[in-house]
Ligand binder design. Structure first.
Ligand SMILES: *[C@@H]1O[C@H](CO)[C@@H](O)[C@H](O)[C@H]1NC(C)=O
Ligand SMILES: *[C@@H]1O[C@H](CO)[C@@H](O)[C@H](O)[C@H]1NC(C)=O
Ligand SMILES: *[C@@H]1O[C@H](CO)[C@@H](O)[C@H](O)[C@H]1NC(C)=O
Ligand SMILES: *[C@@H]1O[C@H](CO)[C@@H](O)[C@H](O)[C@H]1NC(C)=O
Ligand SMILES: *[C@@H]1O[C@H](CO)[C@@H](O)[C@H](O)[C@H]1NC(C)=O
Ligand SMILES: *[C@@H]1O[C@H](CO)[C@@H](O)[C@H](O)[C@H]1NC(C)=O
Length: 322
């Protein structure tokens, strides 16, 4: 082994140890002394926010996901500015930022300069899922906020048009396996997507001039009413046609019926030979197995490269560094 290789190996080893160490520092009771009411404060802001926007819960889960996939769960997603991740292409069409601001404002009153924006995103995601009827889990806390945006790393976010192989690879890069991929995709049991994110599947799939053969023909008919050819790509369509406001396992039943709205959803079930098919079937058969796996996978995702100890900072305003 060349000395360069040895150095590189040592570096990778210590980097891996740093990740393991920093994960070990996250703890469900991190704010027990410094901000004991943190969960109830977040919950009450969310309950109020839902009065103004019935879609706020899925939006907030999406923010945590997008934050974690781009350079780790460090709230870099929330930063304003010309280097912002929010406005990077592909257009993330993320939303819900003002509710995160409201939570931060409430927390700064009760426990100033204590709770990080990265932890707010993780808590808001968990509480959103449980308020929508999904599972509850103890969120590991103690993340700190990054001081830079990472627009260059936006490509780590899977797109709705990617192949299952490519998406699996992106999850693997984050230390997430096929069970995590299927469980976390189950978040599409609630929320909506723009016509532009799937309209090609209705009219010109993969350049064929036809609809996607994996899409249920009756579903294609109803979707063409909602997303007419050449119409407004910004119209929002329920991701789970029957119960898009609640967190349940219908999403997996939809996939079995070839009624997955996004190509990346349907591929989990329709890619022959893929290990994801059996997992979809398992979650379709058992909501409690889905809920258990979802909670575990959210914790794993929330552990992606957090900043801890004296790294980063506790932002006072989630949109800008101190
Ligand atoms: C926590 O909330 C309860 C009820 O809202 C309140 O009575 C209590 O004073 C709060 N505790 C702290 C430390 O803020
Ligand atoms: C992203 O898309 C949304 C919805 O179509 C639009 O309102 C927003 O302006 C777009 N943002 C950017 C930065 O292009
Ligand atoms: C998958 O990834 C490869 C390599 O990055 C890329 O060339 C290809 O276009 C991707 N395919 C899909 C369907 O996303
Ligand atoms: C899209 O078309 C190309 C070329 O015909 C083909 O190789 C590929 O498998 C198709 N992809 C899908 C998802 O059908
Ligand atoms: C299409 O959807 C209907 C209603 O959910 C279902 O009964 C039927 O089996 C589906 N067809 C296919 C091919 O999945
Ligand atoms: C960040 O951008 C939002 C929307 O453009 C704006 O309302 C807010 O005041 C900005 N905050 C900071 C700290 O720049």
């Amino acid at each position: 082994m060349s000395s360069f290789k040895i150095l590189q190996t040592l570096f990778l080893l210590s980097a891996a140890m740093m990740i393991a160490e920093s994960n070990a520092q996250l703890s469900g009771t991190f704010y027990a002394k410094t901000c004991p009411n943190v969960s109830s404060i977040v919950r009450s802001v969310l309950q109020n926010a839902q009065q103004n926007d019935i879609w706020i819960f899925p939006k907030l889960v999406r923010l945590h996901f997008h934050d974690c996939f781009v350079h780790g769960c460090d709230a870099s997603l929330l930063l304003n500015g010309t280097d912002s991740e929010k406005t990077a292409t592909p257009n993330l069409s993320t939303d819900g930022y003002s509710v995160i601001d409201d939570i931060k404002t409430a927390l700064e009153i009760s426990c100033p300069r204590v709770v990080s924006c990265a932890d707010i995103l993780a808590l808001a995601a968990q509480i959103s899922v449980s308020l929508a009827g999904g599972p509850t889990w103890e969120v590991p806390l103690g993340r700190r906020d990054g001081r830079t945006a990472h627009r260059e790393a936006i490509g780590a976010i899977p797109s709705a048009h990617e192949s299952l192989n490519n998406i699996t690879a992106k999850f693997k890069n984050m230390g997430l396996d096929s069970t995590d991929l299927v469980a976390l995709s189950g978040v599409h049991t609630f929320g909506r997507a723009q016509c532009s994110s799937f309209v090609d599947r209705l009219y010109n799939f993969n350049g064929s001039g036809k609809s996607d053969p994996t899409l249920n023909a009756t579903y294609v008919k109803s979707l063409t009413q909602l997303c007419p050819k050449g119409g407004n790509g910004g119209s929002l369509i329920d991701l789970d046609e029957s119960t898009s406001l609640s967190f349940d396992n219908n999403y997996f039943l939809n996939l079995q019926n070839h009624r997955g709205l996004l190509q990346s959803d349907q591929e989990l079930f329709s890619t022959s030979g893929a290990d994801t098919v059996a997992i979809v079937n398992r979650f379709a058969n058992s909501q409690s197995q889905f809920f258990d796996s979802f909670a575990k996978s959210m914790i794993k995702m929330g552990n992606i490269s957090p900043l801890t100890g004296s790294n980063g900072e506790i932002r006072i305003d989630c949109r800008k560094i101190n």
